[in-house]
Design a protein around this ligand. Sequence first.
Ligand code: SAH
Ligand code: SF4
Length: 374
Amino acid sequence: MNGKMQEARPLIFSETKETLAAALEARGEKAFRATQILEWIYKKRVRSFDEMKNVPAATRAWLAETYDFMPAKLVAKSAQASDVTEKFLLQMRDGALVECVILRAPQEGTGEERSRKTVCISTQVGCAQGCKFCASGLAGWKRNLDAGEIMAQLMFVCWEGGDKGTRETGFTDFDNIVVMGMGEPLMNYDATMRALTIANAPWGLGVGARRITISTSGVVPKIHALAAEPMQFRLAISLHGATDEVRSQIMPVNRKFPLAQLIPAAKDFSEKHGRMITLEFILIENVNDTLEQARKLAEIARELHAHVNLIPYNTVEGLPWKRPSGNRQMQFLKILQERRVPATLRREKGHDIDAACGQLRLRNLDKEKTANAS
Ligand code: SAH
Ligand code: SF4
């Protein structure tokens, strides 16, 4: 069977309140129907059109003819022994495998028992950016996810991840959404923005924009576009090299958009949004972990008033890179701290967390091939 055929119908999860209301009005229905339908989906969390009891049968039949409800199958769900992460591997209608992850971390210093819940989502199948250290890029880029497929990851997390928010508040209990799974979100800009708009909307999942972080490898024109958006999403930049020489060696995107363009773009974003951005810096032994890199990184962070998140590299099967020793990591951190740069070094948890990036799909690529062939 051909995946394309199955994809012909749009997913109900890609509709905004406006587009759904317009489609309903075009068939002579009242606009409030859209509100009812969206309530069933995002507040009551039904999993089919049939369950929408106050929607007339004819409208439900039209919905079922016009849209697909189930965007994917859950093919694997795995909790880590440490109970820090829970991964969901979804198979899309064309067989493509997409992962999303729940990360749970204790709320430090708040005295609260409840841990913080961060949901990490993917925006593409594979990635075309080709960063040398990353599992997502290894198998190349296959396709973009559409807005409904991006939203659907959040819905599966709500359905299957024990979401407790909905009954009391009508919203989810997610503390944060991070767009740090597979793919480069700014190379799939429109679908990502549309999905995040739905995640953010009061009629959708209602996750505050400031609780949503988009991570990019540095697609400069799109960072400017994001800066101009009214929504207050947060931005993280995967820097991983504090000079063009080091950065270009591991991130091909830097040849197209070098630091002399990336830094002003980041500045544009933080100035327009009045918010600190995050610079992510994976520490890779003998690649970017010199103290000279740390000093240069401190300069960039100070110029941008950015927070630095140091992440010890998480080894990827088939790639030669390693994380530096704990001692080296601490030395690197110290240089930032001495220069008063707000910086954190991810400890053990990082291992689980970073496994989010593409590695699950890589291990399951055989399944994807089988699905495509069937
Ligand atoms: N494409 C976007 C978002 C997805 S990657 C981006 O690059 O920002 C999310 C983060 O995981 C990025 O900072 C990426 O550099 C990092 N990452 C990728 N592979 C990793 C690995 N093996 N160990 C640690 N971090 C990794
Ligand atoms: Fe793509 Fe991000 Fe991985 Fe680079 S780090 S290959 S941009 S997913």
